[in-house]
Design a protein around this ligand. Sequence first.
Ligand SMILES: [Zn+2]
Length: 321
Amino acid sequence: MLTRRSALGAGLALLGASAMPAHAAAPMRGGQVAGWYRFKLGAFECTVISDGAINLAPPHPTFGGNVATEAEVTAALRAAFLPTDRLPTFVNCLVVNTGRELVLLDAGVGPKPAFGPGTGRLPQSLAAAGIGPAEVDVVAFTHAHADHSWGIADASGADVFPNARFLMTGADIEFWTAESNLSLPEPLRTLVAGTREVVLPRRARFATLAPAGEVVPGIRAVPTHGHTLGHVSFHIESEGQRLLVMGDVANHSVLALQRPDWPFGFDADPAMAAATRRRVLDMAATERLQVLGYHFPWPGLGHVESRGQGFSFVPSPWNWG
Ligand SMILES: [Zn+2]
């Protein structure tokens, strides 16, 4: 018969067992869950697809340039409980199944090691989400930077999306594939060279996306120039539900929102980028418009609220569908 006293005795006996030889320690497993997150937007099925993450360093002057001091940037990161020696920068691509077409918005870094070992996961994340690359009908780009466009080619230069047509603004296609821009200083030269490598062999499949043009019914470009001269965001709407895919309007969920006036090192036109950032964030806050931040903490979905001289990002809760 099990009494409190005998149960207590059994417990003590178990405690005593710890003096016996221990079983083998479990190995550290490493790795992480598959990088996809699915949600409905009206009649559309959306899937955020992770290409991994880039570690940008140092945080200053990458953010703040000569407008903010290193101490100000460090203080903002510390206050947000983030590392102060680097900026973990997520890469959140989006697949939208409109019911008629499968659209990928930005294609990740691809296999080139330029951005570190944590990137180039788009193909495996797509596979984990049950999406075949050959099913993708359209790849539309916010801009031509490496971490958005180089993922259309694999390590051998072959197509990752063999049946897709590509949409990019004329300003970005022209600037980032111009032979004359191979004479630009680094890192621009490397970015131009790499973009030429993936875009030019499939140039005939690229159509020019007007800055406010339609990608497919329900998805349209929104001109948000500054980060690059042809940079666009994407507005998605189905059955009255809306999402703004911001691209690189804001490159950090804390720094770029708290201080949208702080320059970001990869902005082509810092003044235009800062004005665009404030305008888009203000619109998102005013209209209570859900946003997707390409480089925000996974999966990058949330809302923007006005706070102080800037904004703050409010992540959307996980949705089990
Ligand atoms: Zn980017």
